[in-house]
Design a protein around this ligand. Sequence first.
Ligand code: GDP
Ligand code: IMO
Ligand code: MG
Length: 423
Amino acid sequence: MTVDLLLGLQWGDEGKGKIVDVLTKDYDIIARFQGGPNAGHTLEFDGIKHVLRTIPSGIFHEKSMNLIGNGVVIDPVVFKKELEGLIQFDIDYKAKLLISRKAHLILPTHRLLDAASEASKGKAKIGSTLKGIGPTYMDKTGRNGIRVGDLELNNWKEKYRNLANKHESMIGFYNVDMQYDLAEMEVEFFNAVETLKELTFIDSEAYLNDAMKSGKTILAEGAQGSLLDIDFGTYPFVTSSTTTAAGACTGLGIAPNKVKDVYGIFKAYTTRVGSGPFPTELFDKVGLEMAKVGREFGAVTGRPRRCGWLDLVALKYTCEINGVTKLMMMKSDVLSGFDSLEVCTAYNYKGKIIKHLPYNIEPENVTPVYSKFKCWAADLTKMTHADQFPKELIAYIEFLEKELEIPIEVVSVGPDRKQTIYR
Ligand code: GDP
Ligand code: IMO
Ligand code: MG
């Protein structure tokens, strides 16, 4: 069998957690392939809301297996808290959650390095979630990292000490004022590692390839969004992993010719949390209204998300680099009742109209060109079938499909599992 991918096409928080949860019934294995606890994936059902950080969003389904792939970076401390959050829901996570031996560990000093790096940048800071993501991937590519499989070796604490010592001297290099008690952080860390060790570590690429051979279905769950990709995102205001389709191959050990559908998920508007360019950002009451109605606050840091109109130049770009086959439009309900809607269809780039995403999308270079649409007044949240959609919403969807040349198969009309409409 093959693998399907689910990826965020904007700057993250598109609603990936919700949709993975909805799709899980059709898959045997749900696998995270990159990122780490910088992610916050929200699921809502039966009146309860869950936010997952490292654990795949299939964990609440009885039958599915959940895998944390080699491309993911794991903070045992955050992970332990996540597991503890599952206990009250009677989730047998020891039976349903597997971890790749090749996944890298986020150490307490990685978090400190993240904070020191951001503090030293001042106004130019990335706006990182400060979970140690960048420093951990730096150690991975620098060939210094500690992996989950190392925890099965006798000398891993020695390796840990050497790396942590090196990190401490690096923190000094940043020359910023930082108060921390590493010994205290380490007590928490080593304790959490013991919890991590209670789970099953596997050679996950072999597991997945065997699963495919025996006819099992796999859904790869992306974290962050394509515009935060280390190569294709708005560098340097990006995360440190490959968030695009290629990341699922390297982050799981799956060959490209095994990938079938690529589900691309986007909000009916755009949001971004953290620093970096955002051409369609709104600074007026319309933007504030989107943030208020859409409850646009980060699931991880609680920071307000910046809001703006849908950007088709950027969306077309991310559909292309990912090879998206099916689209899913989220949070359509949030736009109900707006005076009118705008969609960016081109950029005025240094005086020239262009339709591709250029190297530099800083405001001094780019002004969005908008098309205006009538908005729908109806509340979408109670709708259960696409036949009930107002004509203005249908016109909006059909316009996007024509521009993007990809069908929008799912329209989400609320945070709950049930508020999901297939067309
Ligand atoms: P993820 O990181 O892509 O999983 O997305 P987040 O969970 O960070 O953010 C998406 C937020 O929107 C969460 O609070 C979801 O509960 C919520 N959400 C998802 N889909 C919808 C929708 O269609 N409508 C509304 N109003 N909220 C939604
Ligand atoms: P999910 O999976 C939204 C952003 C941060 C910052 C930049 C770098 O929930 O969609 P990092 O912590 O990786 O060093 O931060 O990336 N960012 C996210 N924004 N959703 C996320 O994940 C994000 N993960 C990182 O805000 O701008
Ligand atoms: Mg999120």
